[in-house]
Design a protein around this ligand. Structure first.
Ligand SMILES: *Cc1c(COP(=O)(O)O)cnc(C)c1O
Length: 379
């Protein structure tokens, strides 16, 4: 089955009870048993729920995995992955990581005795310097947020394989429409389904997909034992979102390209970060491992003035000033005052998050309205 069919049919069956085409929202915590243990595969909804299972099968299908798991948020999904490990284990992670993931690693799991190394992974060779007998996991995000660096997943998989490590990839920004980490050698692919998979800014959810049954069983055990599951209503919404993922992503990519090119030619713009430009430092890897370049774009204005950046994001009318990304509506954010405000200026500037950096999640509105909006706001 091709990807554009999998988003609609992958892992899905019509409901056996009445043939409903969409899985019903099984809003129930428990299931009747005819005799103790005599049930139809469902006992209690923390463990299994038919609506959630339909969604989990869809996750597995679109990521070319064999097993999917849904959680109450993206961070809950990463939390479950980290519970595979024990005190003394070490993890090598991308350095410009989603802030919430960094906080989870350093302020929760470091306290439980797991050691993290945050490494720039654009050169996969550097990772091996950090591998020792305690290393268990490589954790990567690509494209990175908000600088849109691209990391070579195949190269990471080679390092992971050589040293018998797990490789986990946060595929939130790219989605399986643009790249399939499991096919490139990753063991675990993770999503904040809050973003593109849900796609309508109406639900918070996380997902994992894996190929190996043993690994899946350990993760299912953690999902049930720790209990950070999502409810049937939200499962239904994300399942519905996934059905249009390919059409939405196609438009996100088309609009993203137009916006990136518009900004690149703008006399007031200093630099545009978007992996589809041939002069992007990781362009060749992006071209190789991605099917297209997505709708996430960051840019810096000439003069790098903090107040001017604030003025631009406040002036936008079609773009909404908000955190998050991946919905049908265009969003703009100012990392220095919003997502990265808690990081000292010196530290954030080392990774490129300067005062005038603005991040756009380009939506699927008419491109003319988006360009006109940027034009009036930047001036
Ligand atoms: C939003 C996000 C997360 C966290 O997901 P939540 O659903 O907000 O918990 C993790 N990684 C990336 C890349 C994200 O954008």
């Amino acid at each position: 089955m091709k990807f554009n069919t999998k988003t609609i049919h992958g892992g899905q069956e019509h409901d056996p009870a009445y043939g409903s085409v969409m899985p019903p929202i099984y809003q129930t915590s428990t299931y009747a048993q005819s005799t103790p243990g005599g049930h139809k595969g469902y006992e209690y909804s923390r463990t299994h729920n038919p609506t959630r299972n339909a969604l989990e099968n869809a996750f597995a299908s679109i990521e070319n995995g064999n097993h999917g798991l849904a959680f109450g948020s993206g961070l809950a999904a990463i939390d479950a992955v980290m519970k595979l490990f024990k005190p003394g284990d070490e993890v090598i992670s991308t350095n410009d990581l989603y802030g919430g993931t960094y906080r989870l690693f350093t302020q929760i799991f470091e306290g439980f005795g797991i050691k993290f190394h945050f490494v720039g992974m654009e050169n996969a060779g550097r990772i091996e310097e950090y591998v020792n007998e305690n290393t268990k996991l490589i954790w990567a995000e690509t494209p990175t947020n908000p600088m849109m660096n691209i990391i070579d997943i195949k190269a990471l998989a080679a390092v992971a394989k050589k040293h018998h490590l797990l490789l986990g990839v946060d595929n939130t920004f790219a989605t399986p429409y643009l790249q399939q980490p499991l096919d490139l050698g990753a063991d675990i692919v993770m999503h904040s389904a809050t973003k593109y998979l849900g796609g309508h800014s109406d639900v918070v959810m996380g997902a994992l997909a894996v190929k190996e049954k043993d690994l899946a069983d350990r993760l299912y055990f953690i999902q049930n034992a720790s209990g950070a599951i999502c409810g049937p209503q939200d499962s239904f919404l994300v399942l519905r979102g996934i059905k249009t993922l390919h059409v939405r992503m196609q438009r996100h990519c088309e609009n993203g390209k137009m916006v990136a090119e518009y900004l690149k030619d703008h006399p007031k713009i200093e630099k545009v970060y978007w992996p589809g430009f041939e002069d992007h430092p990781n362009y060749l890897i992006a071209k190789e491992q991605m099917n297209d370049y997505g709708g996430m774009i960051s840019f810096v204005t000439k003069g790098n003035d903090y107040d001017e950046a604030i003025r631009i994001v406040e002036n936008l009318k079609v773009f909404t000033l908000a955190e998050s990304l991946g919905g049908v509506e265009s969003l703009a954010g100012h990392p220095a005052s919003m997502t990265h405000a808690s990081i000292p200026k010196e530290d954030r500037e080392k990774t490129g998050v300067v005062d005038s950096l603005i991040r756009l999640s380009v939506g699927i509105e008419d491109i003319d309205d988006l360009i006109a909006d940027l034009k009036q706001a930047i001036g």
